[in-house]
Design a protein around this ligand. Structure first.
Ligand SMILES: Nc1ncnc2c1ncn2[C@@H]1O[C@H](COP(=O)(O)OP(=O)(O)OP(=O)(O)O)[C@@H](O)[C@H]1O
Ligand SMILES: [Mg+2]
Length: 337
């Protein structure tokens, strides 16, 4: 039973590939045969969530009765803005505490653990807004990722021999990951000089420093130019090939359909649907949840006209701040009272 992360070291990476591929393809096949029901039990769940609730004042941001995440698959987590996706990630990875509920990884309860403890057990996440430290170099960010996920780093630093050996191993591992993510040539550049897409890549690479078993990616493709999107998608698929369990939040349904084995839909804090990607667009609850709420939805002609009119009106007001007779569109000025 793989409970503790493998020891750090350059070769730890290469041992993660290959062997896990066959069972994980079986897991994908098993998912395809499951009923499309909210809370459905998975053949081999890595993460199990029960009754997790998080409120902010009067707002229930998350209220998940039962959710299982299949090991070795890619689960897409979708839902309109404010559905509670990021809050759920925060809770599952120890960055926030719920009002109630339990959740576990491989049967081990994760409640009340700090993020670095959750990471040490094998569950890591990336952030919707990237957390790369812009005034550190790319390599330093990677090394900090390794340290940040090890609670004992301070004690290690007091034992010089151990520390140096650890740092050397971490550096080798970081460079191997940077090569894989094509960031090795940038290792000495400040992270602040990277493009948005490269920062996303760096954050994904950094998350892998602790040899995780479950990787939660919060909008890894957001704000990334199309050239890098394909590369990021490839990296997410690679994680699955290496036997990792991936949960990722994404708004682009083409991307979701392309890489998810299973899709979980949240709205107003709840899971309202789950199933294989093809089941989702046929689901009336999902269609209803997205109506008028999805930030990527194209505007209708009427909406576009209204937005344009409002913009013109506000420009007109700025240009003529004293003209109180301009309540309507600029082209209506001749008919104003
Ligand atoms: N720290 C907080 N304090 C108050 N309200 C919060 C806080 N964090 C989240 N919320 C609220 O909880 C709800 C869920 O937010 P969350 O960020 O989890 O949504 P999301 O599904 O990730 O949305 P998006 O797709 O826009 O990223 C929203 O209404 C949000 O305003
Ligand atoms: Mg979010």
């Amino acid at each position: 039973m793989p409970a503790e992360p493998t020891p750090t070291g350059a070769h730890a990476l290469s041992t993660t590939g290959g062997a896990g591929a066959a069972p994980q393809r079986l897991a994908q096949a098993a998912l395809r045969d499951l009923p499309w029901e909210v809370g459905i039990a998975k053949p081999d769940p890595a993460i199990v969530v029960d009754g997790v609730v998080r409120t902010f004042g009067g707002l229930t941001a998350v209220s998940v009765d039962h959710l299982e995440i299949q090991r070795g698959g890619i689960t897409g987590l979708i839902g309109p803005n404010g559905a509670g996706k990021t809050t759920l990630f925060n809770l599952l990875t120890g960055f926030d505490q719920p009002d109630g509920g339990t959740w576990s990884f491989d049967g081990r309860p994760l409640g009340k653990l700090a993020p670095h403890q959750v990471a040490r057990l094998g569950v890591v996440r990336t952030f919707q807004l990237t957390k790369a430290l812009s005034r550190l170099t790319v390599l330093q960010n990677m090394l900090l990722g390794a340290q940040g996920q090890k609670g004992e780093s301070f004690l290690r630093a007091l034992v010089p021999g151990t520390w140096r050996a650890q740092e050397k191993a971490n550096t080798e591992k970081a460079m191997e990951l940077l090569r894989r993510f094509k960031l090795d040539a940038k290792k000495d550049d400040f992270a602040g000089t990277l493009s948005g897409g490269q920062r996303k890549l760096l954050e994904m690479a950094r998350a892998l420093m602790s040899d995780p078993q479950v990787v939660m990616l919060d909008e890894p493709m957001a704000g990334v130019n199309p050239a890098l999107t394909q590369s990021l998608l490839g990296h997410v698929k690679d994680l699955r090939e290496q036997g990792m369990t991936v949960v990722f939040v994404e708004h682009d349904m083409d991307v979701v359909r392309d890489i998810s084995d299973w899709v979980v839909v949240m709205a107003a804090g709840k899971v309202i649907a789950e199933g294989p990607p093809e089941s989702i667009s046929q689901n009336q609850a999902v269609v209803d949840a997205y109506l008028g709420a999805h930030h990527d939805a194209a505007l209708t002609i009427e909406e576009e006209d209204r937005v344009l009119a409002e913009a013109e009106e506000s420009i007109s007001r700025e240009e003529h701040p004293d003209d109180l007779r301009r309540p309507g569109r600029p082209d209506e000025k001749g008919t104003d009272r």
